[in-house]
Design a protein around this ligand. Structure first.
Ligand code: B4P
Length: 184
């Protein structure tokens, strides 16, 4: 059973690798970033509330995210496993998830932390060129990551759930390393 969380700074390759594992192991790839971008594109109430935070590189407020995750993990396809990409992103989201997973009896197997140096992150994101991939917003996203998301490394390490992977390799090399961890 694959139930994993991807952790790492913006541009570390979370979305890229989560898509590969989702395909290989036939489990849903649940990306809060993708869900939010679809909501923005569809101009839903969630999308209208989330857009300004995303454009500025800030985290969207927890109250917009938590129910969305609860509902998604309760969908039928998630019963056979899942990959969380971009959630949790702060300690309060992690505490929420911890309670939710206990409640639905779906323990997380491990947390895969992709490590990549900052200068590489910036150049990858500039090359991608998404709406929120301009230099000022990227710098802010990295700052928000340091302040709010990085503490989760210690959080999951203390729970013996953390596995760190060198994300500064080719996509195939990172994928091969991740597969090894998941098949161990
Ligand atoms: P995300 O969609 O999660 O954005 P991201 O962190 O930049 O994406 P990711 O890290 O997955 O990209 P990847 O490395 O795969 O979030 C966007 C925004 O949504 C946030 O700023 C926030 O506002 C909001 N949000 C999302 N979740 C939230 C939450 N839980 N709470 C509150 N707000 C939330 O790809 C980057 C690039 O690198 C790609 O071009 C890829 O091709 C390239 N790349 C990947 N691996 C590579 C490799 N090994 N070598 C070379 N290039 C590589």
């Amino acid at each position: 059973m694959i139930r994993i969380i991807f952790l790492g700074p913006p541009g570390a390759g979370k979305g890229t690798q989560a898509a590969v594992i989702s395909e290989d192991f036939s489990v849903p790839h649940i990306s809060t970033g993708d869900i939010l971008r679809s909501a923005v594109a569809a101009k839903t109430e969630l999308g209208q509330k989330a857009a300004s935070y995303m454009d500025a590189g800030e985290l969207v407020p927890d109250d917009l995210i938590l129910d969305l995750i609860r509902n998604r993990l309760n969908e039928e396809d998630a019963a056979k496993g899942w990959i969380l990409d971009g959630f949790p992103r702060n300690v309060s989201q992690a505490n929420f998830l911890d309670k939710l997973l206990t409640e639905i009896s779906q323990p997380c197997e491990c947390v895969l932390n992709l490590e990549v140096p900052d200068d590489i992150l910036v150049s990858r994101l500039l090359a991608r060129g998404r709406k929120d991939d301009n230099e000022d917003v990227i710098r802010n996203r990295l700052e928000v990551y340091r302040q709010q998301t990085e503490p989760l490394i210690e959080y999951f390490r203390n729970r013996q759930q953390l596995v760190s992977i060198n994300g500064h390799q080719s996509m195939d090399a990172v994928a091969a390393e991740l597969k090894q961890v998941l098949q161990a």
